[in-house]
Write a protein that binds this ligand. Structure first.
Ligand code: NAD
Length: 481
């Protein structure tokens, strides 16, 4: 049984109060180890380490900071197999996915921000006539907090901590208590890469205790959070009276809108992925599929045939879907499938558990397609965050736009069409932070990332992240010539 310890001031430490919690392996449905169940005392210790490290780290040259981030990236690459296996065991995702996406993107985060910080220029404005010169000084904030979810554990953890430290801040970070393993292993890599002690402190434990202590800490000046909308709302209420800078990346219920003039084969192949990648547990999954009526019946038949052929099983083998992340989460997803049936929707395929030989206690669900007739029904409005998509026909652009925008969320949208004018009309009018046209999950790290409405506040990614993790100060100098 492994023990997940905190990483504070460059060393692994047991939780001060000696409290532990269970770490589960979702593909086996068994306890695999124990996690530090940290309290505000551990957060305070991490904060003090971060505060002590700040003066020196914030004055470290950009080249030196950059070199360390690039070394961390290299070491993540070197440990690809070990980290991918740990991610897959902890989360239930197919090893293939962890190897091809999660871990490479984690190292890409350090590599990207290691380079980006050396290119992060500030603005200067000469006020002719007033004889003043203004320039914007971008200063690191100080000690910042980063809190991340379980669905893409190392990828989203590093998505926050890499720009935070690149910009010269020091960090108290907490990964999800459901998937702490890879953030724990990152500690060794940080030490080996030569990151000075206290620059990045990693606390493990529950949201309402350890997480809450980070958000409430008066010395932690900014919080970058990715997780559920309800948690984000709670965080915003907690942080607002302290005037903390907040970045909130929250839930989604994204439309996948398919027009008859699309490249059908490409669309079908990508729609399988955008529906069920990572067991549908990606905030960007296209969980509401709208299909133009002219191709609706054909799409329905082809899609259901392909979904039925998807393999579900031991994530360490070559399967399409592994296990969902926890028993509680499986129950929540099954609850939604029942709600759909109660609301009169039709389950076209899936909707049941899968028993995997030798792993009978694992949390496996069949990929599920639900045909709905009312865009307002609960399964079409609420985030399920599992291998479940809804399917519905539409007749016009206006109708599908209204249905697409009728949810509280606004994270991403996918469009399938070959019509350029329609692409522009739809893209402009869809309420979402990201619109993919004839593709899905294509990410260029320079682009802004985030949602509107209940999907969040603020943007991360590229220079947006470096802007979030710095304060802009206007300096105005009067000169005489
Ligand atoms: P969650 O909100 O339950 O937890 C996220 C993190 O917040 C965890 O580390 C948790 O311990 C912590 N937390 C919980 N309560 C807290 C509190 N009171 N104070 C401080 N921290 C607290 O979310 P989850 O179940 O881990 O993740 C799934 C959700 O994340 C989904 O809604 C999904 O859409 C969303 N998500 C969004 C994005 C995005 O970029 N917009 C990306 C991935 C996941």
């Amino acid at each position: 049984m492994h023990k997940i310890l905190n990483y504070i001031d460059g060393t692994y430490r047991e939780p001060i109060k000696g409290q532990w919690m269970d770490n589960y392996n979702p593909s086996l449905g068994v306890i695999s180890g124990h996690i530090a169940n940290s309290t505000s005392e551990d957060v305070q210790q991490a904060y003090e380490a971060a505060k002590k490290a700040f003066p020196s780290w914030s004055q470290t040259t950009l080249e030196a900071r950059s070199a360390i981030l690039l070394r961390i990236a290299q070491l993540i690459d070197k440990n690809l197999d070990r980290l991918a296996a740990a991610e897959s065991e902890d989360n239930g995702k197919p090893l293939r996915l962890a190897k091809a996406v999660d871990i490479p993107r984690a190292s890409a985060n350090f590599r990207f921000f290691g380079h980006a910080i050396t290119q992060f220029a500030s603005e200067a404005h000469e006020s002719i006539g007033l004889d003043t010169m203004n320039f914007t000084l971008r200063q690191p904030i100080g000690v910042v907090g980063c809190i991340s979810p379980w669905n893409l554990p190392l990828y989203l953890f590093t998505w926050k901590v890499a720009p935070a430290i690149a910009a010269g801040n020091t960090v108290v970070a907490k990964p999800s208590e459901i998937t702490p393993m890879t953030a724990f292993l990152l500690g060794e890599i940080l030490t080996e890469a030569g990151l000075p002690k206290g620059v990045l402190n990693i606390i493990h434990g529950q949201g309402p205790s350890a997480g809450q202590a980070i958000v409430e800490h008066p010395g932690i000046k900014a919080i970058s959070f990715t997780g559920g909308t309800k948690t984000g709302e709670h965080l915003a209420r907690t942080a607002a009276p302290m005037f903390k800078k907040l970045s909130l990346e929250l839930g989604g219920k994204n439309p996948n809108i398919i027009f008859a003039d699309c490249n059908y084969d490409k669309m079908l192949e990508v729609t399988l992925r955008s529906s069920f990648a990572n067991q549908g547990q990606i905030c960007l999954c296209g969980s509401r599929i709208f299909v133009e009526r002219a191709i609706y019946d054909k799409f329905k038949a082809d899609f259901v045939t392909k979904v039925k052929a998807m393999t579900v099983g031991d994530p360490m083998t070559d399967v399409d879907l592994g296990a969902v992340v926890s028993e509680a989460h499986r129950n929540k997803i099954e609850g939604y499938i029942q709600i759909a049936k109660d609301e009169g929707a039709k389950v076209l395929c899936g909707g049941h558990r899968i028993l995997v030989k030798g792993m009978e206690q694992g949390y496996y669900l069949a990929p599920t397609v639900i045909e709905v007739t009312d865009a307002q029904c609960r399964v079409n409005q609420e985030e399920i965050f599992g291998p479940v998509v809804t399917l519905m026909p539409f007749d016009s652009e206006e109708e599908v736009l209204e249905m697409a925008n009728s949810v509280p969320y606004g994270l991403s949208a996918t469009l399938w069409t070959s019509n350029l004018d329609r692409t522009m009309r739809m893209s402009k009018n869809i309420e979402a932070g990201i619109v993919w046209v004839n593709t899905w999950l294509n990410r260029d790290l320079r682009t802004p990332f985030g949602g509107v409405k209940a999907s969040g506040v603020g943007r991360e990614g590229g220079f947006e992240a470096l802007r979030f993790f710095t304060e802009a100060k206007n300096i105005c100098i009067k000169y005489e010539v």
